[in-house]
Design a protein around this ligand. Structure first.
Ligand code: ZN
Length: 336
């Protein structure tokens, strides 16, 4: 079967006409397969949703009980037949519950990787390579300049800052799903045993991670009402970076804004956002991981969904692999 007859980009998202479903649709549809819980991939309002149990739970936490009319959980590796199309979910290593989705019919297999990374991350199941004819990848950091450092070294920068400014409250900006829990876990794995204060927007997701067996240590609400400002001297507070611009952040003791993001590679971005301590910690592949993944899989074709498509497409072509950009719209690349 021709791959572009099995799956193609429609305005709602990637569409499989034989199966009658979309993958990560950006508009409400009858049947949606969802790779992971980030807002740009998992939207509310679909009639039927097929996703991993954890992604369904995360959608329920974020959108409430009525986020879809009916839901079905897919276990990793389990084959589900939808109108004669074989579908299976495989770990993507991006955030808790994140999956790549393999779609197969008449001997043609397409893998939609969603967002993924290859680095070790104890807060979610590790990426597994899934052999395929067509590999669909994002290219958020799809330029050779993007090399993400070892996150443990980035933690070292944070500890150095805490030693240098022991009075200041270190505010770490982190995306509420995935990055926040990964940063907290990195702190624990590098020996930080003090309570970590978290913004209210992260409480339910942190609780959910812990329910799922991801140890995060002692977390306390970062509410100042009940406490003296001095209680936060030298403390670590994790919150969405959007909260750091408002009054919430100014109440801490000489707050020192840090931000955990792959984008912190770009000095200019850190500066523009007023970040004093950039921490380059990404839940996406950097350039070496993207190219290594494609080299490992050796698919016949690579389709690039969003990000910096052109460089990766060109790289594939130089390796003798057919490649094309899909120009999908509606997927953020800021939220890393
Ligand atoms: Zn994502």
């Amino acid at each position: 079967m021709r791959p572009d007859a099995l799956l193609y980009p429609a305005p709602e998202g990637l569409y499989c006409p034989e199966g009658g479903f979309y993958v990560d649709p950006v508009r409400p549809v009858e049947r949606a397969l969802i790779t992971h819980g980030h807002f740009d991939h998992a939207r509310p309002g679909h009639a039927n949703v097929l996703a991993t149990r954890q992604t369904l739970d995360i959608m329920q936490i974020r959108y409430g009980d009525g986020f879809c009319a009916s839901q079905q959980a897919a276990a990793f590796g389990e084959e589900v037949l939808i109108n004669g199309v074989k579908v299976s979910f495989h770990p993507a290593g991006h955030v808790l519950g994140s999956a790549q989705i393999a779609i197969e019919k008449n001997g043609t297999r397409i893998v939609v990787s969603g967002d993924y990374k290859r680095r070790a991350d104890p807060t979610c199941a590790a990426y597994v390579p899934v052999p395929c004819d067509v590999f669909i990848t994002e290219a958020t950091f799809g330029l050779p300049v993007f090399h993400h450092p070892d996150p443990v070294d980035e933690m070292g920068k944070l500890y150095a800052s805490l030693r240098q400014f022991p009075e200041r409250t270190h505010l770490i900006g982190a995306y509420a799903l995935g990055k926040a829990q990964r940063v907290i876990r990195l702190l624990r794995d590098t020996g930080y045993d003090q309570p970590i204060y978290i913004h209210g927007a992260m409480e339910r997701l942190c609780d959910y991670y812990m329910e799922q067996g991801i140890e995060l240590g002692e977390l306390c609400p970062a509410t100042i009402e009940s406490r003296d400002k001095s209680a936060f001297k030298g403390a670590i507070v994790v919150g969405p970076s959007s909260a750091f611009a408002d009054r919430w952040a100014r109440r801490f003791n000489e707050p020192l804004p840090a931000f955990a993001s792959g984008w912190m590679m770009v000095r200019q971005r850190a500066k523009q956002q007023g970040v004093e301590l950039p921490l380059v910690i990404s839940d996406h592949c950097d350039w070496p991981e993207l190219t290594e993944t494609i080299s490992d899989l050796r698919p016949e074709e690579v389709w690039v969904t969003h990000g910096r498509e052109e460089a990766l497409v060109r790289w594939c072509q130089l390796q003798g692999i057919k490649a094309r950009p899909l120009h999908l719209v509606g997927y953020e690349d800021e939220a890393d």
